[in-house]
Write a new protein. Structure first.
Length: 319
Protein backbone atom coordinates (compact mmCIF):
# COMPACT_ATOMS: atom_id res chain seq x y z
CA UNK A 1 0.00 0.00 0.00
CA UNK A 2 1.02 3.62 -0.55
CA UNK A 3 0.90 6.32 2.13
CA UNK A 4 1.28 10.07 1.82
CA UNK A 5 3.39 11.27 4.73
CA UNK A 6 4.19 14.95 4.86
CA UNK A 7 3.56 15.24 1.13
CA UNK A 8 5.93 12.37 0.39
CA UNK A 9 4.92 9.05 -1.13
CA UNK A 10 5.94 6.06 0.98
CA UNK A 11 5.36 2.54 -0.33
CA UNK A 12 4.63 0.16 2.56
CA UNK A 13 4.58 -3.62 2.56
CA UNK A 14 2.69 -5.21 5.45
CA UNK A 15 4.62 -8.21 6.76
CA UNK A 16 2.61 -9.77 9.61
CA UNK A 17 4.80 -10.78 12.51
CA UNK A 18 3.27 -14.14 13.35
CA UNK A 19 5.95 -16.82 13.30
CA UNK A 20 4.12 -18.89 10.67
CA UNK A 21 4.21 -15.89 8.30
CA UNK A 22 8.00 -15.56 8.13
CA UNK A 23 7.81 -16.45 4.40
CA UNK A 24 5.58 -13.42 3.77
CA UNK A 25 8.04 -11.20 5.58
CA UNK A 26 11.04 -12.45 3.57
CA UNK A 27 9.32 -11.95 0.20
CA UNK A 28 7.85 -8.57 1.15
CA UNK A 29 10.91 -6.96 2.72
CA UNK A 30 13.68 -7.98 0.33
CA UNK A 31 14.02 -4.52 -1.29
CA UNK A 32 13.01 -2.28 1.61
CA UNK A 33 14.94 0.83 2.62
CA UNK A 34 13.56 0.79 6.16
CA UNK A 35 12.01 -1.82 8.43
CA UNK A 36 9.40 -0.74 10.98
CA UNK A 37 9.34 -3.43 13.64
CA UNK A 38 6.27 -3.34 15.89
CA UNK A 39 6.99 -4.53 19.42
CA UNK A 40 4.15 -5.43 21.78
CA UNK A 41 5.18 -3.78 25.05
CA UNK A 42 3.15 -6.35 27.04
CA UNK A 43 5.11 -9.23 25.46
CA UNK A 44 8.58 -7.71 25.16
CA UNK A 45 11.19 -9.24 22.85
CA UNK A 46 9.24 -12.33 21.77
CA UNK A 47 10.55 -15.24 19.61
CA UNK A 48 8.98 -13.75 16.47
CA UNK A 49 10.65 -10.41 17.27
CA UNK A 50 14.04 -12.12 17.32
CA UNK A 51 13.32 -14.08 14.14
CA UNK A 52 12.10 -11.06 12.19
CA UNK A 53 15.00 -8.86 13.27
CA UNK A 54 17.45 -11.59 12.23
CA UNK A 55 15.79 -11.63 8.81
CA UNK A 56 15.96 -7.82 8.59
CA UNK A 57 19.70 -8.16 9.14
CA UNK A 58 19.95 -11.08 6.70
CA UNK A 59 18.16 -9.11 3.96
CA UNK A 60 20.55 -6.19 4.37
CA UNK A 61 17.87 -3.63 5.21
CA UNK A 62 20.01 -0.71 6.41
CA UNK A 63 17.72 0.82 9.04
CA UNK A 64 15.12 -0.35 11.51
CA UNK A 65 12.63 1.81 13.39
CA UNK A 66 11.04 0.14 16.43
CA UNK A 67 7.44 1.11 17.21
CA UNK A 68 6.69 0.09 20.79
CA UNK A 69 2.96 -0.58 20.73
CA UNK A 70 0.11 -1.11 23.23
CA UNK A 71 1.28 1.54 25.66
CA UNK A 72 -2.39 2.06 26.46
CA UNK A 73 -2.36 -1.38 28.11
CA UNK A 74 0.18 -0.61 30.83
CA UNK A 75 -0.14 1.42 34.04
CA UNK A 76 3.11 3.36 33.53
CA UNK A 77 3.72 3.98 29.78
CA UNK A 78 6.93 5.92 30.33
CA UNK A 79 8.55 3.17 32.39
CA UNK A 80 7.32 0.44 30.03
CA UNK A 81 8.69 2.34 27.03
CA UNK A 82 12.09 2.79 28.67
CA UNK A 83 12.32 -0.86 29.70
CA UNK A 84 11.31 -2.09 26.24
CA UNK A 85 14.05 0.02 24.63
CA UNK A 86 16.62 -1.34 27.09
CA UNK A 87 15.60 -4.97 26.44
CA UNK A 88 15.75 -4.48 22.68
CA UNK A 89 19.18 -2.86 22.78
CA UNK A 90 20.53 -5.59 25.06
CA UNK A 91 19.32 -8.29 22.65
CA UNK A 92 20.37 -6.63 19.36
CA UNK A 93 23.11 -4.22 20.36
CA UNK A 94 25.77 -5.88 18.17
CA UNK A 95 23.67 -5.91 14.99
CA UNK A 96 24.83 -4.41 11.69
CA UNK A 97 21.37 -2.85 11.29
CA UNK A 98 21.06 0.80 12.33
CA UNK A 99 18.25 0.83 14.91
CA UNK A 100 17.60 4.50 14.20
CA UNK A 101 14.66 5.27 16.48
CA UNK A 102 12.20 3.98 19.09
CA UNK A 103 8.67 5.40 18.85
CA UNK A 104 6.01 4.95 21.57
CA UNK A 105 2.55 4.24 20.11
CA UNK A 106 -0.90 2.92 20.77
CA UNK A 107 -2.23 1.74 17.40
CA UNK A 108 -5.69 1.16 18.88
CA UNK A 109 -6.05 4.76 20.08
CA UNK A 110 -3.83 6.43 17.49
CA UNK A 111 -1.39 7.71 20.12
CA UNK A 112 2.02 8.66 18.76
CA UNK A 113 1.12 7.96 15.11
CA UNK A 114 0.56 11.46 13.68
CA UNK A 115 1.40 13.49 16.80
CA UNK A 116 2.66 12.93 20.34
CA UNK A 117 -0.07 14.81 22.25
CA UNK A 118 -0.94 11.70 24.27
CA UNK A 119 2.71 10.90 25.03
CA UNK A 120 3.72 13.79 27.35
CA UNK A 121 6.78 11.89 28.61
CA UNK A 122 8.21 11.56 25.10
CA UNK A 123 10.02 14.55 23.48
CA UNK A 124 10.73 12.95 20.11
CA UNK A 125 8.92 12.83 16.74
CA UNK A 126 5.71 10.91 16.11
CA UNK A 127 5.91 7.65 14.15
CA UNK A 128 5.05 9.27 10.79
CA UNK A 129 7.74 11.95 11.19
CA UNK A 130 10.28 9.39 12.40
CA UNK A 131 9.67 7.30 9.27
CA UNK A 132 10.21 10.32 7.00
CA UNK A 133 13.40 11.24 8.85
CA UNK A 134 14.74 7.68 8.55
CA UNK A 135 14.01 7.59 4.81
CA UNK A 136 16.04 10.72 4.02
CA UNK A 137 18.81 9.50 1.71
CA UNK A 138 22.29 9.89 3.13
CA UNK A 139 23.85 9.30 -0.29
CA UNK A 140 22.33 8.86 -3.72
CA UNK A 141 23.04 5.48 -5.28
CA UNK A 142 21.95 5.20 -8.90
CA UNK A 143 20.31 1.89 -9.64
CA UNK A 144 21.60 0.04 -12.72
CA UNK A 145 19.20 -1.03 -15.45
CA UNK A 146 17.80 -4.52 -15.03
CA UNK A 147 15.15 -5.71 -17.48
CA UNK A 148 14.51 -9.47 -17.44
CA UNK A 149 12.83 -10.52 -20.70
CA UNK A 150 9.81 -12.63 -19.80
CA UNK A 151 8.40 -13.19 -23.30
CA UNK A 152 9.21 -12.37 -26.93
CA UNK A 153 6.35 -11.45 -29.28
CA UNK A 154 7.51 -10.66 -32.80
CA UNK A 155 10.18 -7.98 -32.49
CA UNK A 156 9.11 -7.00 -28.98
CA UNK A 157 10.63 -8.11 -25.67
CA UNK A 158 8.06 -8.07 -22.86
CA UNK A 159 8.93 -7.69 -19.21
CA UNK A 160 9.15 -5.40 -16.18
CA UNK A 161 11.90 -2.88 -15.50
CA UNK A 162 13.16 -4.17 -12.15
CA UNK A 163 15.75 -1.45 -11.64
CA UNK A 164 16.92 1.76 -13.29
CA UNK A 165 15.69 3.46 -16.47
CA UNK A 166 15.78 2.53 -20.16
CA UNK A 167 15.39 5.04 -23.03
CA UNK A 168 14.93 4.84 -26.78
CA UNK A 169 18.40 5.11 -28.32
CA UNK A 170 20.17 3.56 -25.32
CA UNK A 171 22.78 0.90 -25.86
CA UNK A 172 22.00 -2.11 -23.66
CA UNK A 173 23.89 -5.25 -22.82
CA UNK A 174 22.47 -8.73 -23.33
CA UNK A 175 24.12 -10.05 -20.20
CA UNK A 176 23.84 -13.76 -20.99
CA UNK A 177 25.06 -13.48 -24.60
CA UNK A 178 27.62 -10.79 -23.84
CA UNK A 179 26.43 -8.70 -26.81
CA UNK A 180 25.13 -5.14 -27.06
CA UNK A 181 22.08 -3.76 -28.87
CA UNK A 182 20.30 -0.45 -29.38
CA UNK A 183 16.81 0.23 -28.04
CA UNK A 184 14.66 1.11 -31.08
CA UNK A 185 11.30 1.46 -29.30
CA UNK A 186 9.47 1.20 -25.98
CA UNK A 187 5.78 0.38 -25.81
CA UNK A 188 3.53 0.97 -22.82
CA UNK A 189 0.56 -0.58 -24.54
CA UNK A 190 -0.95 0.95 -26.54
CA UNK A 191 1.36 4.02 -26.46
CA UNK A 192 4.91 4.47 -27.71
CA UNK A 193 7.00 6.09 -24.98
CA UNK A 194 10.50 7.49 -24.87
CA UNK A 195 11.64 5.93 -21.60
CA UNK A 196 10.57 3.55 -18.87
CA UNK A 197 11.61 3.50 -15.22
CA UNK A 198 11.23 0.73 -12.62
CA UNK A 199 8.73 -0.76 -11.92
CA UNK A 200 7.12 -0.19 -15.36
CA UNK A 201 5.89 -3.21 -17.34
CA UNK A 202 6.69 -2.50 -21.00
CA UNK A 203 7.70 -3.99 -24.33
CA UNK A 204 11.13 -3.12 -25.75
CA UNK A 205 12.22 -3.48 -29.38
CA UNK A 206 15.91 -3.88 -30.10
CA UNK A 207 17.54 -2.77 -33.35
CA UNK A 208 19.30 -5.25 -35.64
CA UNK A 209 19.70 -8.11 -33.21
CA UNK A 210 19.61 -11.70 -34.43
CA UNK A 211 20.02 -13.61 -31.19
CA UNK A 212 17.57 -15.65 -29.08
CA UNK A 213 16.13 -13.12 -26.62
CA UNK A 214 13.93 -15.30 -24.43
CA UNK A 215 15.20 -15.36 -20.82
CA UNK A 216 17.82 -12.68 -21.54
CA UNK A 217 18.64 -9.93 -19.02
CA UNK A 218 19.09 -6.41 -20.38
CA UNK A 219 21.56 -4.28 -18.42
CA UNK A 220 23.81 -1.32 -19.12
CA UNK A 221 27.10 -1.95 -20.99
CA UNK A 222 28.95 -0.43 -18.01
CA UNK A 223 27.12 -2.54 -15.42
CA UNK A 224 29.52 -4.33 -13.09
CA UNK A 225 28.25 -7.90 -13.05
CA UNK A 226 29.54 -11.42 -13.35
CA UNK A 227 28.18 -14.93 -13.70
CA UNK A 228 28.01 -17.36 -10.79
CA UNK A 229 27.56 -21.13 -10.88
CA UNK A 230 29.06 -22.04 -7.47
CA UNK A 231 28.38 -20.18 -4.24
CA UNK A 232 28.47 -20.47 -0.47
CA UNK A 233 25.85 -18.19 1.04
CA UNK A 234 23.33 -17.89 3.89
CA UNK A 235 19.79 -19.07 3.14
CA UNK A 236 16.61 -18.66 5.16
CA UNK A 237 14.69 -21.95 5.28
CA UNK A 238 10.98 -21.49 4.50
CA UNK A 239 9.58 -25.02 4.39
CA UNK A 240 6.99 -25.46 7.14
CA UNK A 241 6.52 -29.16 6.39
CA UNK A 242 9.99 -30.47 7.15
CA UNK A 243 13.50 -29.64 8.31
CA UNK A 244 16.36 -29.08 5.89
CA UNK A 245 17.22 -31.86 3.46
CA UNK A 246 20.15 -31.75 1.06
CA UNK A 247 19.31 -32.49 -2.56
CA UNK A 248 18.56 -31.12 -6.02
CA UNK A 249 16.07 -28.26 -6.09
CA UNK A 250 15.14 -25.36 -8.41
CA UNK A 251 16.67 -21.91 -8.04
CA UNK A 252 15.11 -18.76 -9.55
CA UNK A 253 16.13 -15.10 -9.74
CA UNK A 254 13.84 -12.89 -11.82
CA UNK A 255 13.70 -14.74 -15.16
CA UNK A 256 16.79 -16.86 -14.44
CA UNK A 257 15.90 -20.43 -13.51
CA UNK A 258 17.82 -23.68 -13.29
CA UNK A 259 18.31 -26.74 -11.11
CA UNK A 260 20.69 -26.46 -8.18
CA UNK A 261 22.40 -28.91 -5.88
CA UNK A 262 22.14 -27.61 -2.31
CA UNK A 263 23.98 -28.77 0.80
CA UNK A 264 24.21 -27.20 4.26
CA UNK A 265 27.71 -26.44 5.50
CA UNK A 266 26.67 -26.05 9.14
CA UNK A 267 27.22 -28.92 11.56
CA UNK A 268 23.65 -28.34 12.76
CA UNK A 269 22.13 -29.09 9.34
CA UNK A 270 19.64 -31.56 10.80
CA UNK A 271 18.33 -28.85 13.14
CA UNK A 272 17.71 -26.25 10.41
CA UNK A 273 13.96 -25.66 10.31
CA UNK A 274 11.35 -23.10 9.26
CA UNK A 275 12.58 -19.52 9.70
CA UNK A 276 16.18 -20.50 10.49
CA UNK A 277 19.16 -19.08 8.60
CA UNK A 278 22.03 -21.39 7.68
CA UNK A 279 25.00 -21.35 5.34
CA UNK A 280 24.67 -23.54 2.25
CA UNK A 281 26.70 -24.51 -0.79
CA UNK A 282 24.99 -24.02 -4.14
CA UNK A 283 25.99 -25.76 -7.37
CA UNK A 284 23.92 -24.28 -10.22
CA UNK A 285 23.37 -26.27 -13.39
CA UNK A 286 23.55 -22.99 -15.38
CA UNK A 287 25.28 -19.76 -14.27
CA UNK A 288 23.29 -16.75 -13.04
CA UNK A 289 24.03 -13.09 -13.75
CA UNK A 290 24.98 -11.35 -10.47
CA UNK A 291 25.76 -7.67 -9.77
CA UNK A 292 29.01 -7.07 -7.88
CA UNK A 293 28.16 -3.84 -6.05
CA UNK A 294 26.95 -4.72 -2.50
CA UNK A 295 24.56 -1.74 -2.70
CA UNK A 296 22.69 -3.62 -5.44
CA UNK A 297 22.24 -6.71 -3.27
CA UNK A 298 18.46 -6.72 -3.75
CA UNK A 299 18.95 -7.40 -7.48
CA UNK A 300 20.75 -10.65 -6.64
CA UNK A 301 18.01 -12.25 -4.56
CA UNK A 302 16.93 -15.80 -5.32
CA UNK A 303 14.40 -18.35 -4.16
CA UNK A 304 14.75 -22.11 -3.95
CA UNK A 305 11.72 -24.27 -4.64
CA UNK A 306 10.71 -27.91 -4.55
CA UNK A 307 7.80 -29.04 -6.69
CA UNK A 308 6.69 -25.45 -7.24
CA UNK A 309 6.66 -24.56 -3.51
CA UNK A 310 9.21 -22.03 -2.20
CA UNK A 311 11.40 -23.60 0.49
CA UNK A 312 14.23 -21.08 0.85
CA UNK A 313 15.62 -17.72 -0.20
CA UNK A 314 18.77 -15.65 -0.14
CA UNK A 315 21.21 -13.54 -2.14
CA UNK A 316 24.04 -14.42 -4.51
CA UNK A 317 27.24 -12.40 -4.58
CA UNK A 318 30.04 -12.02 -7.10
CA UNK A 319 33.62 -10.88 -6.46
Amino acid sequence: MTLQLGGQRVDCIDCPGHFELVKNMVSGASRADLAVLVLDVTQGVAPQTIKHFEIVEFLGIPKCLVAINKLDCVADPERAFTEAQKAFRERFGQSSVDVCHFAPVSALNGWGIADTTDMPFYPGPCLADAILEALKPETTVRSPLLFPIQQVVGDWCLGTVKSGTVRVGDTVQLSRAGKTATVAGILDFPKDIGEATAPASVAIRLKEINLPLADELLTEPTADYGQVSQATTPVVWLDQTQKWQDGELTISSFNQRTTVRVSVTSEKKNELQYGDIGEVQLALNQPFVVFRNPQHKALNRFVISRGGAVVGGGFLSCT
